[in-house]
Design a protein around this ligand. Structure first.
Ligand code: HEM
Length: 124
């Protein structure tokens, strides 16, 4: 990253309040979806939502430092397949659409998340 970090992406997500609302909606959908629900039901959902807010804030160039577990550690004990990862991305897109986040910024965020598949997918 040689370009100076700007907070345009963070702003497009509605800053902290927008991210909190987004993650509330996201978790509701993750729990309701038969593909992702079984993973998230036993989790500390409030904790995951809070960490996702911090992580997306930091990724978007906002004034946050993500202090949660690294992606490998956070998902190490979970049986996550490639199809689970794609399901979560699909659900995230529904949430971003519902929040009215422009397509361009949705894709920017997805591009930052995509490389994490290496650490998140534990079943190959
Ligand atoms: C790019 C994709 C993903 C990102 C950015 C992400 C991000 C996170 C974050 C920030 C946490 C919280 C870590 C902490 O508490 O310190 C977390 C936990 C968790 N994630 Fe993910 N995640 C992704 C993909 C997935 C997928 C595909 C699944 C399953 C379908 C999943 C299931 C979970 C579960 C169940 C927890 C809670 C684990 C626990 O109870 O300790 N994640 N994730």
């Amino acid at each position: 990253q040689t370009l100076p970090m700007n907070d345009q992406l963070y702003k497009a997500f509605g800053e902290k309040p927008g991210l909190v609302t987004l993650m509330d909606d996201f978790m509701t959908r993750l729990l309701a979806d038969p593909r992702t629900g079984p993973h998230f039901k036993p989790a500390n959902q409030q904790q995951v939502k809070e960490q996702l807010v911090e992580q997306f804030c930091a990724l978007g160039g906002g004034p946050c430092v993500y202090k949660g577990a690294d992606m490998k550690t956070a998902h190490a004990e979970l049986d996550i397949k490639k199809s689970d990862f794609h399901a979560l991305v699909e659900v995230l897109q529904l949430s971003m659409d519902a929040r009215g986040i422009p397509f361009r910024q949705q894709n920017e965020m997805l591009a930052l998340l995509a490389p994490m598949h290496r650490d998140v997918i534990t079943v190959r």
